[in-house]
Every structure is written in C-alpha cells, then in structure tokens.
Design a protein around this ligand. Structure first.
Ligand SMILES: NC(=O)c1ccc[n+]([C@@H]2O[C@H](COP(=O)([O-])OP(=O)(O)OC[C@H]3O[C@@H](n4cnc5c(N)ncnc54)[C@H](OP(=O)(O)O)[C@@H]3O)[C@@H](O)[C@H]2O)c1
Length: 193
C-alpha cells in the first residue's frame, strides 16, 4: 500500500476490508496523500453477495482495474477443537485464502484486461513454499518428538497458502498472452539459514 502511495502514477486505490478499523485506515491514508485517493471498500470475501456488491461499486466508477491485490488472509488453525472442527477450520481457511482469490480473479478479468498494464498479485506466506517448509535448518520447521499427540499449529493456513501459490502459477500461464503480469509475494523473509 505504501509503495502504491509513493508510485509516480496517480492511482485511485480501493482498500477492501470487512472491519471498521481498515475503513478508518483508508480515510487516514487518503488524507496523508496529496496525489492519491484511497477509498474504503466494504467487502467480506467469504460472501458472494458482499464481493458482488464491491465489484458493482468499482464498475460504477471505473471500467478498468490496473492492479488487483489479493491481500485478505486468515488462519483458523488455533480454533480447532475449541470452537470448530478441523474440517470447518480448513474449509474456512481455504475459502478466505484461496477460493475467494480464484473467484475474485475470474470476476475482475474484464476490468484487468481493459487496463493498459494489468497486474495481479497474490499475497502468500514464506512457509507455504514446499522447499522452505522442508529445510530442517529452518527454525520455523519444528519436528515433534515421536508419539502422540501431534500438533500441527499452522498446517491449514500454510497448506492454503501453498494452494494459493499454485493458483498464481496457473493464472500466470492463463494470462501470459494477455500481457497481465502476475506475482506472488511473501511478506516475511523465510530463509533456510
Ligand atoms: N504478517 C505476517 O507475518 C504475514 C506473513 C505471511 C503472510 N502474510 C499474509 O499477508 C496478508 C496480510 O496479512 P497481515 O499481516 O496484514 O494480517 P492481518 O492484519 O490479519 O490482515 C489480514 C487482512 O485480511 C483481511 N480479511 C480477513 N478476512 C477477511 C474477509 N473475510 N473479508 C475481507 N477481508 C478479510 C483483514 O481485513 P480486516 O482488517 O477488515 O479484518 C485484513 O485486512 C495476508 O494474506 C497474510 O496471510 C502475513
């Protein structure tokens, strides 16, 4: 977001979020930037009704989207066994992190292709790389002792982000000849050292 605000081209930025806190962030960012406008966009990515309403709001103002960033992410692993079952947690994790990114990419294709320099970004996580997750020297890779119980604290979240990586690869191939630049970005540095 900060990089977008500093970018030399003037963008109108829709900042999607489902909580009031992020709506306030959009207002604050907009007031801090003289050349950009940041507009809060109420969206719950788990709801088709909400995502449809958000796209309607965008298309009422613009006929193109230069850059779509799939930033929304959530981890429900810690609720397993307390409020929800493992299956419920996994379904929700995959819905927020992966399924909605696919559905929203499909919904925004026409808007992206209307842009001169379309970009599509997926926000993943360092340990969703199969290679990084396999390094025994990586301190984040904890190998539990033999015997039960086995706890896998973030397995649903990391698995979903690994799925998101594959989704990015597939969209990068599908949109290559349309000139859409597609990336996956991991916020934290995950190194085997
Ligand atoms: N922070 C890290 O160390 C880290 C590491 C690896 C990957 N990531 C990824 O980076 C991205 C941003 O994470 P963050 O660190 O900024 O965490 P965060 O503060 O928890 O941000 C998550 C964002 O997702 C939004 N979100 C969650 N569920 C949503 C829903 N159903 N509908 C709409 N928006 C929803 C939240 O909106 P509200 O504010 O409205 O709830 C929030 O803006 C995520 O994809 C996360 O998985 C972060």
């Amino acid at each position: 977001m900060k990089a977008l605000l500093r970018w030399k081209q003037s963008y109108h930025i829709f900042l999607g979020a489902h909580h009031q806190k992020s709506q306030l962030t959009a207002k604050q960012l907009s007031s801090e930037s003289a050349y950009r406008s940041v507009e809060p966009l109420r969206i719950d990515v788990e709801s088709d009704e909400s995502t449809n309403a958000a796209f309607k709001k965008i298309t009422q103002k613009f006929n193109r989207v230069a850059c779509l960033i799939h930033n929304a992410g959530a981890c429900f692993d810690s609720y397993i066994g307390k409020e929800i079952t493992a299956r419920q947690a996994w379904n929700r994790t995959w819905d927020v992190n992966v399924s909605r990114a696919h559905a929203m990419t499909i919904a925004s294709l026409l808007l992206l292709l209307n842009s001169q320099h379309p970009r599509l970004l997926f926000i993943t996580g360092g340990l969703s790389s199969l290679q990084a997750a396999s390094y025994s020297s990586n301190q984040k890779n904890v190998i539990p002792a033999a015997g039960l119980p086995k706890t896998l604290p973030f397995v649903g979240y990391w698995s979903a982000k690994a799925g998101l990586n594959m989704l990015m690869v597939e969209w990068a191939k599908a949109l290559r000849k349309d000139g859409v630049k597609v990336w996956v970005v991991a916020p934290e540095a995950c190194s085997p050292h």
